[in-house]
Design a protein around this ligand. Structure first.
Ligand SMILES: Nc1ncnc2c1ncn2[C@@H]1O[C@H](COP(=O)(O)OP(=O)(O)OP(=O)(O)O)[C@@H](O)[C@H]1O
Ligand SMILES: [Mg+2]
Length: 286
């Protein structure tokens, strides 16, 4: 008789061991191969018509980020229901959640601008051009689900202008100092995403659009007429989008999907393990 094997799952701590510097799994391509993003050095613009799957994609990225030991969340969601699900986990991780409150949004972005300046000052002082995983620095991921709310819907024109200017600064300078921006918007029109801002996003995800012009606003001028047209994505295929990465050719991706239940499990796990950091975390429920 063999002695019974010990139940290792009960004794080996399961801890968040991912890093923001790891590739982030977002879904599969047309050939069924996995698609990963290198989030830390890129910004992502996520756009397309309502119901296309933008928030589902963001949830995948947020889910990865919260399982990382080097993530500080800044979550802006005027609709509450998407990034708001992570509110408790954000608090436990030393991050912040902003709802439909442009004053708070502006305060947070101004603070991030200061942090960015200090990080650059540190890089300059050390003769460096960017942060690496070995620097053990927290990656401040700025997730905005529905950019247009802050840039066109709420607040005064001055506040909206300041919001756009601050986001632009973060998108332009945040990359190298480990502060990537991930922003979603339903209406990819030029008033919401000026071309000069769009071009700063190294990754752009075009979910189903109502016109080839909208698709081009996201992917870049001329792609729709070259056959890469997000209007052609079937309304029956939510979660499918064209991804363009840093000057490459757009390709189709189907985003992975986290159910509400899975997100709640992740939030519980993250919150518990952050609040009880020196104890053995409870493994995720099956
Ligand atoms: N990758 C996916 N796999 C399976 N179903 C998906 C996927 N993406 C989206 N869906 C379905 O489409 C619905 C709408 O997706 P989602 O909420 O992400 O859209 P959205 O683009 O954020 O819409 P809105 O602009 O209104 O916020 C989801 O509730 C889900 O049922
Ligand atoms: Mg959404």
């Amino acid at each position: 008789m063999h002695a019974a094997l010990p139940d290792l799952s009960a004794t080996i701590p399961v801890a968040p061991s991912l890093s923001m510097f790891d590739p982030v799994f977002i879904g599969i391509n047309e050939f069924g191969n996995p698609v990963y993003l290198d989030l830390v050095y890129h910004n992502l613009l996520d756009a397309g018509e309502p119901g296309g799957g933008k928030s589902v994609l963001i949830q995948n990225l947020v889910g990865h980020a919260f399982l990382c030991h080097d993530f500080t969340p800044v979550l802006l969601d005027p609709k509450w229901v998407e990034l708001g699900m992570w509110m408790e986990a954000a608090e436990a991780t030393g991050g912040i959640f902003v709802g439909p409150d442009i004053d708070k949004g502006l305060r947070v972005l101004r603070r991030l601008q200061k942090v960015m300046d200090r990080r650059y000052a540190w890089l300059v002082a050390h003769g460096r051009r960017k942060f690496l995983a070995s620097d053990a620095i927290k990656v401040i991921g700025v997730f905005i689900d529905e950019l247009a709310y802050y840039t066109t819907t709420t607040g005064t024109p001055e506040q909206q202008k300041e919001f756009i200017a601050l986001v632009r600064d973060l998108v332009a300078r945040g990359r190298a100092c480990a502060m990537p921006v991930i922003a979603a918007t339903q209406r990819p029109s030029v008033d919401i995403i000026p071309t000069s801002l769009r071009d700063l996003f190294g990754y752009r995800a075009a979910f189903r659009c109502t016109t080839p012009n909208s698709s081009d606003i996201i992917l870049g001028h001329g792609w729709a007429s070259a056959g890469f047209n997000a209007q052609a994505i079937s309304p029956q295929s939510p979660g499918v989008f064209y991804l363009i990465a840093e000057g490459g050719i757009p390709y189709l991706v189907k985003a992975a999907y986290l159910t509400d239940e899975q997100i709640h499990q992740l939030v519980d796990y993250v919150t518990w393990s952050r609040r009880n950091g020196d104890q053995t975390p409870v493994p995720l429920a099956a």
